[in-house]
Every structure is written in structure tokens, then in C-alpha cells.
Design a protein. Structure first.
Length: 319
């Protein structure tokens, strides 16, 4: 499992390579929702999302003498792949990345620009992850998993450390959930440091694998995903994922968000702040809009997870 100390250690390990992104009160959203809305801008992170934290922590945890001769592999819907490629390039390491065939063009363009070899494999993120794990086991490559790894979860948990270092009196943190690496890391750290803080996980209603898994008490293995604007959180959970038990034990509230609600938050943030966010980053904002009466006068942290959204999706939303 993952501990508070693992996250503290991760923070020190990745500090030279990732940015301590700003946590800023948004006056427009605060007035609209009746609480102090503090945005953690991981869309400004190196590689464009919070995923850099986990990727660097995993790769840097490999001893240097082994690391320089190793071959790394990763599978992703886009953001983890971008983080993986950024880390490999900066550290001068070898590897390959696998992406589902429906990966967003904006994310694929970034990966192509990084120059790391890639393959389009699988119709869903879960199919791609399974393929990647099989390749790593056959060839003895080092797998940098998007969520099912204690070092990845610990790296993502550094988001919460930075938030509470700056704002120790937060009443709630709301974050999007896909495989659960981010919220597993956040909740592990927060429940150790400040158990009173409410942790709220949001998934698109079109891809609610973690929510449904929590409901039935075991990981949903059937493909229940429909197309969603929140492509960064779409897809199934790997069987046996460590994030499931952490999420089941440490996350206080779960919520599904509709496509219309996601679309509204993307366009509203462009109108109010001229900030472009990915669909996943809209999930917490949509939850807060629907439940603002619960948070009147509270300090609420929102993780803006990333910035990449395709031109096609954005143009459709803005028409």
C-alpha cells in the first residue's frame, strides 16, 4: 500500500523535475458558488498535467546504474503518456509508449513531438494497459503504470501535500477519478495530515468504473464506458488495482457527472478566466456547482488536472 511517508519521500525525489503549481483563490467561482474556491493549476505542470508527478517518481525510484541501461514502457489515454515521454526525454532514457487507438489528437501530437517511440494498441485504455503489462513481463522492461503502482500513487499524492502546505485549513478537496491514482494519493496524504478534510471523487457518468466498483465491492471488469468529454478518466480498472481499496477506504463521497455538466464547466472557465482545461478537470467544478449549498463559507480545493482538449471538441463546445 501507500503511506504518508511515501508521499513525503516522493515530494523530495521529484522536486528538481516537477513544478509546485499555484493554488489560487478564484474570485469569480467563489462568488458564484458561495465558498472560497481554490484552484490547483496542474494544467500548468510540466507535460501539461499532474501525471508528471507519478511518472517521475516511478522512474527516479529505479537506481541510477540500472536506470541508464533499462527500457521503460507505459500505456495511457494521453496525459500519462505525455508525462512518461517528458520524463524519458529529460532524463535521457529509452522506452516506448502504447496508446488506445482513439487517443485525443492533441495528446498524440505532443507525444509525436517528444520523439519517444509509440504504438496505437487497443480500443480502450484497459486493453492498452493489459498489452503493455504483457510486453513488460515478456521482455523484462520496466513498467510505468498510469495508476496501479505504489510509486505512481505516491507521486500523485504530492498534489495534496502542496495544497495543504499552502492552505492547511481546507474543508474539502474535489478531484476527478479515472484509475484512481490521483485521488488515492490525495486521500492517503490528507487522511493522515488532516482527517477532517472531505475527499470527493468525480467520474463522468458515461465512464463510472470506479464508482460502480465501489458500489458492488469489487472491481468491475465489464466494459461499461460510453464516449465522454472526460477522455482522460475514461476506461476500465485493471484487475487487482491497488487504487480500489484506497479509494474504498479513504474517499468520502462519489459523484457521476453528465456530459452537459462537463461541457458547461469547460466553456464557463474559458468565459470567466480565459483558461482552457481538459474534460476531466471540469468534473470537480461541475460537482461543486450542483452541491454548492453544502459548502457555503468553506475553503474548497479543486484539482485542475490538465489542459489538453482537442480542437474539434473545443470548437463543438464553443459553437
Amino acid at each position: 500500500m501507500v503511506t504518508y511517508q511515501d508521499i513525503v519521500d516522493a515530494s523530495l525525489r521529484i522536486e528538481p523535475y516537477v513544478w509546485n503549481t499555484s493554488l489560487s483563490r478564484n474570485p469569480v467561482l467563489s462568488a458564484k458558488f458561495g465558498c472560497n474556491v481554490l484552484l490547483k493549476f496542474e494544467n500548468q505542470q510540466t507535460s501539461g498535467s499532474f501525471k508528471a508527478r507519478g511518472a517521475y517518481n516511478k522512474i527516479l525510484s529505479v537506481p541510477k546504474d540500472i536506470r541508464k541501461h533499462a527500457f521503460f514502457v507505459a500505456a495511457s489515454t494521453g496525459n500519462h503518456a505525455a508525462a512518461f515521454c517528458t520524463a524519458l526525454t529529460e532524463l535521457g532514457l529509452r522506452g516506448e509508449v502504447y496508446l488506445p487507438v482513439n487517443v485525443a489528437k492533441s495528446k498524440l501530437d505532443f507525444i509525436k513531438a517528444m520523439g519517444v517511440p509509440f504504438k496505437l494498441i487497443g480500443a480502450t485504455s484497459l486493453e492498452t494497459e493489459i498489452y503493455c503489462r504483457e510486453v513488460s513481463e515478456i521482455h523484462n522492461y520496466i513498467l510505468v503504470h498510469p495508476y496501479n503502482d505504489p510509486l505512481i500513487v505516491a507521486g500523485q499524492g504530492t498534489v495534496a501535500k502542496e495544497m495543504l502546505d499552502l492552505q492547511p485549513d481546507l474543508d474539502a478537496i474535489i478531484a476527478p477519478v479515472g484509475g484512481g491514482g490521483l485521488i488515492a494519493g490525495i486521500s492517503t496524504y490528507v487522511k493522515h495530515v488532516s482527517p477532517k478534510v472531505q475527499i470527493i471523487g468525480c467520474q463522468p457518468a458515461n465512464s463510472p468504473e470506479m464508482i460502480e466498483s465501489i458500489k458492488i465491492g469489487s472491481i468491475v471488469t465489464d466494459d461499461i464506458s460510453l464516449p465522454t468529454l472526460s477522455d482522460g478518466t475514461a476506461g476500465g480498472l485493471e484487475r487487482g488495482s491497488i487504487t480500489f481499496d484506497i479509494c474504498r477506504n479513504c474517499v468520502d463521497t462519489w459523484a457521476g457527472i453528465t456530459e452537459d455538466e462537463i461541457a458547461l464547466e469547460i466553456t464557463e472557465l474559458i468565459d470567466s478566466d480565459q483558461i482552457v482545461i481538459e474534460g476531466a478537470a471540469a468534473l470537480p467544478l461541475a460537482y461543486l456547482r450542483k452541491n454548492r449549498t453544502k459548502f457555503e463559507g468553506n475553503d474548497v480545493g479543486i484539482v485542475i488536472t490538465g489542459k489538453r482538449i482537442s480542437r474539434e471538441k473545443l470548437s463543438q463546445l464553443l459553437c
